[in-house]
Design a protein around this ligand. Structure first.
Ligand SMILES: [Zn+2]
Length: 404
């Protein structure tokens, strides 16, 4: 464990003990969940003790809410709420009366947002939490907000120019579309200095496009139920965790927390005495970064979004994800297309990569380059085979193994 990680776990140990047993005594659905796991409230003594509580999936939370609307019995009686949201599922999210209820202040501060900013907030404000989440954090930081939402790009481009917008919050793809629209209208924003982008992956090509037009581009990661679960610092390597929530990366089979860099599901626990959302599985895959960060932010980092639970397959005990594979092999010279085949004989997994060379490519050189990329990018040894063609809709990973 890095110093940042062990200090973070110690702080969360204290919060688990201070908040969760008391919350279980107040919130019947949470206590019932503990009982089902064979636990009593005081068993929740530290972060390690949470491993004994099965992860609550988002689907299970939807079912809980449907069975006992609106919050599945997870909201304490008399809780004071500022806003109520509905996100796809449907899932309802109660916002507490707190200065920065979804913990985005540190994320935006790390990206340089402050009182001198006029921020175009292009997150949705209708029913879903994103718009209000970010507005709340921006107001806390003293920034001025243009509640733009999503849509009407021509009006947003005009407003950005007329109002001297200095910063953007929203999807990265939407920022690109907005800047293109503004350029077409002859209204490129003149003062745009920073952008905080969320809610979808930021591929390197899109990042490069945005950075040509916006000096500071930072990405964040979070969910509607839990808010901030990670944000970039100056180092742009991975995502720092917010200090106010517990983020774990958990084994997909056992639920055990993996602090050592192994890949697993991102699982979040909120320290809300009136709404104990504990061990909620996000369905996203990530891993802790075990090297210390060069910046001054005190919390540890995760690697960022590595895919969705369910798409990943385990090969020789390690996860292999289609998106990771596509990233690892992107830009290999002479590579037209590829697929990975996983097979198993004599209880040993084998990995084969079929590659289609581009016209005129050196086949032996291509095979060697792909083999090396798979070794360095995915940490697997693979046999690489050149094939004449693959179907256009061929999945990236084909699992041929049988387990009987
Ligand atoms: Zn950092």
């Amino acid at each position: 464990m890095t110093d940042a990680l062990s200090a973070y776990v110690r702080r969360c140990d204290e919060r688990v003990a201070a908040v969760l047993p008391e919350a279980a005594r107040r919130v019947r659905a949470f206590e019932a969940r503990l009982t089902r796991a064979g636990l009593v409230p005081d068993d929740l003594a530290d972060v390690a003790s949470l491993d004994r509580l099965p992860i609550l999936s988002k689907d299970e939370l939807v079912d809980l809410q449907a069975a006992d609307p609106p919050f599945g019995g997870l909201l304490a009686p008399g809780a004071s709420l500022r806003r109520l949201f509905q996100s796809p599922g449907p899932l309802y999210e109660p916002e507490p009366h707190e200065p920065d209820p979804w913990h985005w202040v540190p994320a935006l501060a790390a990206a340089g947002f402050g009182p001198s900013d006029v921020v175009l907030n292009c997150c949705g404000y209708h029913l879903t939490p994103l718009g209000a989440m970010f507005e709340q954090a921006l107001l806390e930081l003293g920034a001025t907000v243009v509640p733009a939402g999503v849509g009407s790009k021509d009006l947003q481009a005009r407003a950005s120019r007329d109002l001297g917008v200095t910063a953007y919050v929203g999807l990265p793809s939407y920022l690109k579309a907005l800047l293109e629209q503004a350029e077409e209208l002859g209204l490129p924003p003149e003062k745009l200095e920073r952008a905080f982008v969320i809610a979808e992956p930021l591929p390197p090509s899109l990042r490069a496009w945005l950075e040509e037009r916006v000096p500071v581009v930072r990405q964040g990661y979070g969910t509607a139920e839990a808010g901030n679960l990670g944000f970039e610092c100056d180092a742009l390597e991975g995502l720092h965790l917010p200090d106010e929530a517990l983020v774990q990366v958990c084994d997909l089979t056992t639920g055990e927390a993996l602090w050592d860099g192994r890949e697993g599901q991102v699982v979040v626990t909120l320290f809300r005495p009136d709404y104990p959302l504990v061990r909620l599985g996000t369905g996203d895959l990530s891993a802790f970064l075990v090297e210390p960060c060069s910046c001054t932010i005190a919390t540890p980092r995760i690697a960022g979004w590595l895919g969705r639970v369910g798409e990943a397959v385990k090969v020789r005990g390690m996860f292999l994800h289609p998106r990771q594979a596509r990233t690892a092999l992107a830009g290999v010279a002479g590579l037209e297309s590829f697929r990975l085949l996983i097979d198993r004989s004599e209880h040993l997994d084998s990995l084969r990569c079929e590659v289609v060379p581009a016209a005129g490519a050196d086949e032996a050189g291509l095979a060697a380059a792909v083999k090396e990329r798979i070794r360095s990018g995915l940490r697997f040894d693979a046999e690489v085979v050149v094939v004449p063609e693959l179907a256009a809709d061929e999945p990236t990973i084909v699992d041929l193994r049988t387990w009987d």
